[in-house]
Write a protein that binds this ligand. Structure first.
Ligand code: NAG
Length: 303
């Protein structure tokens, strides 16, 4: 619709500008043929010029309006997409609820004998290793603080809560004692004046905090001690970085901030597998392969 309006407008404007040009040509010929009417012709030229200017103005405002319309259309389609995504999520959740209801009904009716039960959709739900209950993959509510329910990558029916790596602004470290994840370089499960950090093997330890305390917990700019020069720096700051575009960033498989050009922190909207990240539960329970750790070392050496 808008496009046709625009085409018609452009046609009208083109036609009228040609008419103006023709009129001007005609008026020029009159100027040369009769020398007596000079002031009148000047007036005519002036009004024609004014009219042309106002036409140009109008054309521009039409163009602006067209741009605004287009922008609005884009915004609308974006919103539509967002709605669709939300709808999908809602319908998935509904399915999960139905599934869970079916399972509870069957569980209570058949009292443990689940041979006739329809299999659960393990792309959506997994059985929690700890409680034995079915839980939604990606669920936050049933896990402890800073944790999320992930699918187990080694077993297609099991799942487990682990540090929520989707909150990647600051590394998280699992505490076996509290069964929850704490922000690295915060007091966490440690005593006062201590902080919860990685040792050289990425094993969590409590240490006296030699740096200023970071009050806000979920922040990308926290104080940490650099293992390279032993100094306190703020993450995401320039710190000791020499190259112009580098800052002290951590990446998912190397939680220690080092001079890097980017943090690779992209919060994902669809959580799935429990990952192997230094400091998380999977890592500390010894379920990670060598490669996962060595690959982060080589990356760190690149810098
Ligand atoms: C997954 O775990 C279940 C329950 O512990 C077990 O019966 C099954 O064999 C496991 N599957 C694989 C592929 O390891």
């Amino acid at each position: 619709m808008n496009f046709y309006k625009f085409v018609v407008t452009v046609l009208i404007i083109t036609l009228s500008t040609t008419t103006v040009a023709q009129g001007r040509r005609r008026s020029r010929t009159t100027t040369t043929s009769s020398t007596t009417e000079v002031p009148a012709v000047v007036d005519l030229e002036q009004t024609l010029a004014e009219r042309e200017a106002s036409l140009l103005d109008r054309e521009e405002s039409f163009r602006n309006r067209e741009a605004v319309f287009r922008m609005r259309e884009e915004k609308l389609s974006l919103r539509e997409e967002q709605f669709k995504v939300r709808e999908d999520k809602l319908s998935q959740r509904e399915k999960n609820i139905e599934l869970r209801e079916q399972n509870t009904v069957r569980g209570s009716a058949s009292a443990g004998c689940s041979a006739d039960a329809a299999p659960a959709d393990y792309s959506i739900v997994r059985m929690d290793i700890e409680s034995g209950k079915l839980m939604d993959i990606g669920d936050l509510g049933t896990c402890s603080e800073n944790m999320r329910f992930f699918a187990n990558p080694d077993n297609e029916t099991l799942g487990q809560c682990d540090c929520d790596y989707h909150q990647c602004s600051r590394p998280l470290i699992y505490s076996e004692k509290y069964k929850q994840c704490f922000w690295a370089w915060s007091q966490g499960p440690c005593e006062q004046k201590e902080w919860y950090v990685f040792d050289e093997n990425y094993i969590p330890i409590c240490e006296p905090n030699p740096c200023p305390e970071t009050i806000a917990l979920n922040t990308p700019s926290y104080y940490f001690k650099s293992p390279e020069d032993g100094q306190c720096y703020k993450a995401a700051s320039k710190g000791p970085c020499k190259k112009k575009n580098e800052r002290l960033f951590s990446v998912p498989d190397d939680p220690i901030p080092r001079c890097r050009t980017q943090s690779l922190c992209t919060a994902q909207s669809v959580p799935a597998l429990q990952r192997c990240l230094p400091g998380n539960r999977r890592f500390l329970e010894g379920l990670c392969t060598e490669e996962a750790i060595t690959s982060s070392d080589t990356e760190a050496e690149d810098n």
